[in-house]
Design a protein around this ligand. Structure first.
Ligand code: CA
Length: 432
């Protein structure tokens, strides 16, 4: 069972004043990790922790000679590292020790304030890199609502394939085109088969979509299959992930081996990795209908049912060239996922497959049960039949050049401090 500790205490406040804002994403109870550098100044990429509207510069903390500096040095190994991989490899005890040291040093009244205040940068002044060297990227398909909605469009006669409720479905993606929030990319070109045609055409995708997913960073790797009741200990933390998808390319290419060029032109993730320890207060029971099969034993354990799901609020918005403020597309919770993160880890490794620190999973589009909870346009517009009218009167079936998709997520409940993920934002440029 996950245990809460003093770092989760909802009454904790920080000497970093902006961290105490009620609706902020980064209070002292969160402490997510990322890789940053100042936008101007020519300095190196390095590891930081978000606190309020600041970034705590961990190499700078290590140089202070304080107890928290020693904790940083011991957890990170190479404190100047430009990725989180070594920290991810260090394991859950090291992650927890570092979180505790940071929490104590950032609390109101902490004697470290005088040393650490010089280690802060304004988030507005920094830029981010992908937080880990991602060796492998796997995209799952863990929302039964998404799988059913999409299946209905692609295969009206058999929307949900017979393996879905037994196997956590996934495919191996590519890490080479994973970028961070704020990126822009060109609309992909490729082969499509227009409706009613006999011969495919080549050109810019006309059905460009987003997929709102939760990104899952693996911490410690494995040589042997990871048992289901140990799987959570291999997960370092979560981020937001947009699996951009060209639906017209996908429809023509996906059989028989699954997604290929419809997906690997761009994947955008949020810069901050929220640790599973920070998310502990927001674990909830995992549910599946009584009429559905019980998971096979290697995917089943009390911990799965007791606290396998995470209640993370997910909200997607769209900015267009005519609207700089994001207009809501959908809102749901990650608690509706049909498979838990632990089940994804156990399933991925059950055949002997190795995971490594920094490997990334996508959860699959996190659609909820109702039509306003869909995590992709193709579901919201019912395959294109029902265009969506935005708050400013503009209409969309799929994404247009100049559009920016903004993903946000947060957790809140009575008795716990609200924590957030920040933003995952990406913009579409014209095809080249
Ligand atoms: Ca996906």
């Amino acid at each position: 069972m996950t245990t809460l500790n003093e770092t989760h205490d909802a009454s904790l406040r920080s000497w970093v004043a902006s961290a105490n804002a009620e609706d902020g994403d980064f209070p002292i109870q969160n402490l997510p990790f990322g890789v940053f550098r100042r936008r101007h100044g020519g300095d190196a990429w390095r590891i930081g922790v978000a606190i309020g509207d600041r970034v705590l510069d961990l190499p700078a903390v290590a140089r202070t000679g304080t107890a928290v500096g020693a904790a940083v040095a011991s957890s990170l190994g190479d404190v100047e590292a430009p990725t989180l991989n070594a920290l991810m490899a260090a394991g859950p005890t090291a992650w927890s020790d570092l979180r505790l040291a940071l929490s104590r040093a950032l609390r109101s009244g902490a004697p470290e304030e005088g040393d650490l205040v010089a280690c802060l940068h304004a988030q507005a002044d920094v830029e981010h890199a992908v937080p880990a060297r991602i060796g492998d990227y796997t995209d799952f398909y863990a929302s039964v609502h998404h799988a059913t909605n999409l299946g209905r469009l692609f295969r009206p006669d058999a929307p949900l394939l017979p393996n879905y409720k037994w196997v956590p479905i996934g495919y191996h993606g590519r890490s080479s085109t994973i970028g961070t929030s704020g990126e822009s990319f060109h609309r992909p070109r490729g082969q499509t088969m227009p409706p009613g045609a006999n011969v495919p055409v080549f050109g810019a995708s006309e059905r460009l979509d987003y997929e709102f997913e939760v990104g899952i960073f693996i911490g410690t790797g494995n040589d042997a299959p990871i048992p289901i009741d140990e799987a959570d200990r291999h997960v370092f933390g979560l981020c937001l992930l947009n699996d951009w998808s060209a639906r017209d390319i996908q429809a023509w290419e996906y059989q028989p081996l699954g997604p290929f060029l419809a997906k690997n032109f761009a994947t955008t993730i949020s810069p901050w990795v929220v640790t599973t320890e920070a998310l502990a207060p927001f674990r909830v029971a995992w549910q599946r209908p009584d009429s559905d099969p019980r998971p096979l034993p290697y995917l089943d354990a009390p911990v799965v049912w007791d606290e396998g799901a995470f209640d993370i609020q997910l909200e997607a918005g769209l900015c267009t060239p005519r609207s700089e403020s994001a207009m809501r597309l959908s809102r749901t919770s990650f608690r509706h996922a049909y498979w838990t993160i632990g089940q994804m880890v156990a399933h991925h490794t059950v055949n002997g497959c190795r995971l490594a620190p920094g490997d990334l999973f996508g959860s699959g589009t996190a659609s909820g049960p109702t039509e306003t909870e869909a995590g992709a346009l193709i579901e919201l517009v019912e395959g294109g039949r029902k265009p969506l009218t935005l708050a400013n009167g503009e209409v969309r079936t799929f994404l247009e050049d100049g559009d920016t998709v903004v993903l946000k997520a947060w957790c809140e409940k009575a008795g716990a401090r609200r924590i957030g993920f920040g933003e995952c934002r990406g913009t579409i440029l014209a095809a080249r």
